[in-house]
Design a protein around this ligand. Structure first.
Ligand SMILES: [Cu+2]
Length: 124
């Protein structure tokens, strides 16, 4: 009986650890255009991020920060392909860019956030 109880305790503890680890590590972002970590030779005009389920636009935001600071973005929407899409208003000049996103997807009420980089090098 004592053995069973300690086995149960171990099971509960390891379940809690696994739950904790997957919670903090889970990111619903699958891929993006521009691609995550890409080096581009053409300046992007839009950002499009693809998620594991349909994002809730009302609870989503995107930011683009580059060498000239934060870019103006317009018209956050979804193409109903589990994506978020937005238009980049001011010209993308060469350099390193960070896309910051936050969103809730599908039936999951959690608001997730993250960021990724891409680089734009003007073609010679
Ligand atoms: Cu679109």
């Amino acid at each position: 009986m004592k053995q069973l109880r300690s086995a149960l305790a171990i099971a509960v503890v390891s379940f809690a650890l696994v739950g904790c680890a997957s919670n903090s590590g889970y990111i619903p972002l699958l891929r993006a255009e521009p691609e995550i970590g890409a080096t581009l030779t053409r300046a992007p005009r839009t950002l499009r991020l693809f998620y594991a389920a349909l994002p809730d636009v009302e609870r989503s935001s995107l930011r683009l920060v580059g060498p000239d600071g934060e870019h103006q973005l317009r018209g956050l929407h979804t193409m109903a392909a589990d994506d978020l899409m937005i238009e980049i208003m001011d010209p993308v000049t060469p350099g390193e860019y960070v896309v910051e996103w936050s969103t809730a997807v599908g039936d999951d009420p959690t608001v997730y956030s993250g960021s990724f980089n891409f680089r734009y090098e003007a073609s010679p």
